[in-house]
Design a protein. Structure first.
Length: 97
């Protein structure tokens, strides 16, 4: 097991000291960048809110993106299964003729 490394995670206007697996560092930093970019985007769209509101908006957006990706994966698996069944039916028909 690799040793955890400490990093400073800036979210909105606060810095958090967290420990992560070194192999996850790039992904964590990309995620932090995405979150902070979305905070800036929401700040320009919805003026007058406080930072907690923007962070909540980003959390909802991020969770929706994850759920959407999961449902897309389930749909792909279902379609793949149906195509497999069709392929078997076609193969059976061709073998029977």
């Amino acid at each position: 097991m690799s040793e955890l490394i400490p990093i400073s995670a800036l979210i909105g206007d606060r810095t958090y000291r967290i420990k992560i697996d070194p192999k996850d560092e790039e992904l964590v930093r990309k995620t932090l960048k995405t979150v902070n970019d979305k905070i800036i985007e929401f700040k320009t769209q919805f003026a007058g809110k406080d930072m907690q509101d923007y962070i909540a908006m980003v959390m909802i957006w991020f969770a929706t993106e994850i759920q959407s990706g999961q449902s897309d994966q389930l749909l792909k698996e279902e379609i793949s299964g149906q195509l497999g069944q069709l392929e078997k039916m076609i193969d059976a028909r061709l073998a029977g003729n």
